[in-house]
Design a binder for this molecule. Structure first.
Ligand code: GLN
Length: 308
């Protein structure tokens, strides 16, 4: 591995400045109306290096909703509570050539392709035990723990907006319910909408990336959730489906387990090494942050971070 401790504020700044123009070529998600209100030019770049040191540049205090990045936390809790075998009896390990909100496999095989697409994530969230919003609270508490940031909460406005307009997600929820894999009420779908609406910063994302890169150990060394096998599972899912149908090309060009969200964040894990967080809300046509992708690509190339 290259010496990632050589990455400093100056190196991140250079990469951010070089790539910030990409927001003009992307489109801010507005299918969830509340998401369309963000400043499209906001941008941030953060890493937690192999020593657990946090470095960040740009709009590092800017909060945005984590959206699909929350799917890795829901997967973590579903597996912790139910075991991998029982979770993956109901969800596939498949990669995808389909967008994140596709119904792929629900009709033909009766189960979601993987836990990184909406259908799979709606199901993992429903596997976390507890009444009403308790499963969501567990997800929120886990994110607060990983980031060591108890102030993290969720946006009521984005939550309401998702709930009012998430007709495809509601459709998936009922198709899965029809197979018997989901037995609860729409409270479970609401928990998925809530987890997507959790607001955090790019620095928080870098800490999440570090956690899964390092066998579920926190950046400050706390190891109460240490779990090598679980980290390997989550990194493998991030690699094959974390960027949806772009995952194959992304594995070729960047070569790092990553998870994007339509809020414009991407979390990246450099296995056994460091975490990276990027944010820029303008997306490419797969729903991945465009400037975010280019910042990750430049950092990976410059420091030889690809796992391949
Ligand atoms: N809340 C979004 C949705 O369900 C999350 C999608 C995403 O970030 N790709 O549509």
């Amino acid at each position: 591995k290259s010496n990632t401790t050589a990455i400093d504020v100056a190196s991140l700044s250079v990469i951010l400045e070089k790539n910030k123009h990409y927001y003009k070529e992307g489109v801010v998600a507005d299918y969830i109306p509340e998401l369309g209100k963000v400043n499209p030019a906001a941008i941030a770049f953060a890493i937690v290096d192999s020593n657990g040191k946090l470095i960040s540049v740009g709009d590092r205090d800017h909060k945005f909703t984590m959206q699909s990045v929350s799917k890795i936390i829901a997967l973590m809790l579903a597996v912790m509570e139910n075991g991998e075998k029982s979770v993956f009896e109901k969800i596939g390990y498949y990669g995808t050539d389909r967008p994140f909100n596709h119904f792929a496999n629900l009709e033909t095989m009766g189960k979601p392709l993987n836990p990184m697409m909406n259908a799979g994530a709606i199901l993992t969230t429903s596997m976390i035990s507890g009444q009403e919003d308790k499963p969501f609270i567990k997800i929120l508490e886990m994110i607060r723990y990983i980031t060591n940031n108890p102030s993290i909460t969720y946006s009521q406005a984005v939550y309401q907006s998702e709930k009012e307009t998430g007709h495809r997600n509601r459709g998936m929820f009922y198709l899965i319910k029809n197979t018997g894999a989901i037995t609860g009420s729409e409270d479970q779908l609401n928990n998925y909408f809530r987890q997507c609406s959790i607001e955090l910063t790019t620095e928080d994302l870098a800490k999440i990336g570090y956690f899964f890169a390092n066998e579920c150990r926190r950046y400050d060394g706390d190891n109460r959730y240490e779990n090598k096998s679980l980290a390997k599972l989550i990194l493998s899912q991030m690699l094959i489906a974390g960027m949806y149908e772009f995952s194959g090309e992304y594995a070729r060009t960047v070569g790092l387990p990553s998870k994007s969200g339509v809020g414009g964040g991407i979390v990246v894990s450099v296995p056994h090494c460091m975490g990276i967080g990027v944010f820029s809300p303008a997306l490419d046509n797969h729903g991945n942050s465009l400037a975010g992708y280019h910042m990750i690509l430049d950092l990976a190339n410059e420091y030889g971070l690809s796992i391949f």
